[in-house]
Design a protein around this ligand. Structure first.
Ligand SMILES: Nc1ncnc2c1ncn2[C@@H]1O[C@H](COP(=O)(O)OP(=O)(O)O)[C@@H](O)[C@H]1O
Ligand SMILES: [Mg+2]
Length: 278
């Protein structure tokens, strides 16, 4: 469980709080998608979960953040890393090895995973992401999208309870993006808590269970995908594009053609279309 209590943070060189008075809980087994405009505080939110704030980035830290009961201020980043695996926005900065296999090995050895389990963990993680063929490649020779997949594989191999990802599909084509998210969904169904910052809101609506909308450092909306999509006007107010199916629902409702709530999946979209046509 992740708990934010009266949390605010201002970077040492920041003019204002990057996040302001955040109070929320992410429960075990949640799949939270974080959306918001550039500079809203999404990355800072992920840093508050994995302890980069305040351990790497100093500043004024108010309130408390706890991860599986550990206070992030009192806990060492290495302690937090056992609970939270992170995939950063800048994957290049995250890479420590020069070869794909070593990138995975490094984390496993660092975590003290018994040697007789390591080979299986590496093989499985690469297979799950579908990059077994890249195992012996130099990281330098990979595309941005391939590196993103390596970064995700390296975290999967560690099997943390919580995985935090900051725009993990930024360099991926639509098909690979779906692949990463369906894998995250599978992990989530097996019990891993997922927190993902993502520009492609349509992807989140298909895979996440909850959405968190951050605006100018404040939590604007937080709830199930359905709850948040019901408030699509508030998203549009701040320039967030809602999925087309949601704007279509709004239009059909305005025209008096449907009375159903905003659809959150294909089945509901189909039901909405039938209602509109019938
Ligand atoms: N290292 C830093 N030092 C000072 N200010 C920062 C730093 N990183 C981010 N900020 C500021 O904090 C705010 C939130 O940034 P960020 O969390 O990166 O937003 P997002 O990920 O939503 O684009 C922005 O105003 C940004 O300029
Ligand atoms: Mg960011």
């Amino acid at each position: 469980m992740i708990e934010f209590k009266d949390f605010s943070f201002r970077y040492a060189s920041g003019k204002a709080n990057a996040l302001q008075n955040v109070n929320l809980t992410i429960d075990d087994g949640d799949f939270v998608g974080i959306i918001g405009n550039s500079g809203a505080g999404k990355t800072t939110f992920t840093y508050a979960v994995n302890g980069i704030v305040p351990h790497h980035y100093k500043g004024d830290f108010y309130g408390a953040v706890t991860v599986n009961g550990l206070d992030t201020v009192d806990s060492k980043p290495e302690q937090l890393a056992v609970h939270v695996g992170s995939v950063f926005q800048d994957v290049d900065a995250q890479m420590v090895a020069s070869m794909v296999e070593d990138e995975l090995l490094f984390g496993l050895e660092n975590f003290g995973i018994p040697h007789d389990q390591i080979e299986q963990r590496v093989t499985e993680a690469l297979e799950e992401i579908g990059i077994s063929d890249l195992r012996m490649r130099d990281l330098d020779s990979l595309s941005g999208g391939q590196k993103q997949k390596v970064a995700v594989a390296a975290i999967l191999a560690l099997r943390p309870d919580i995985i935090v990802l900051d725009e993990p599909t930024g360099e991926l084509d639509p098909q690979s993006s779906e692949q990463i998210y369906s894998l995250l969904q599978e992990l989530n169904r097996r019990g891993t808590t997922i927190v993902a910052v993502e520009q492609k809101i349509g992807l989140l609506c298909r895979y996440a269970t909850k959405l968190l909308l951050i605006d100018k450092g404040c939590v604007m909306l937080y709830g199930t995908v359905r709850e948040v999509l019901q408030q699509s006007s508030r998203m549009e107010e701040i320039g967030i594009h809602v999925p087309r199916i949601v704007s279509l629902h709004k239009e059909l409702t305005r025209m008096g053609l449907v009375r159903c709530p905003a659809p959150v999946n294909m089945d509901e979209a189909e039901a909405m279309a039938k209602e509109a046509l019938g």
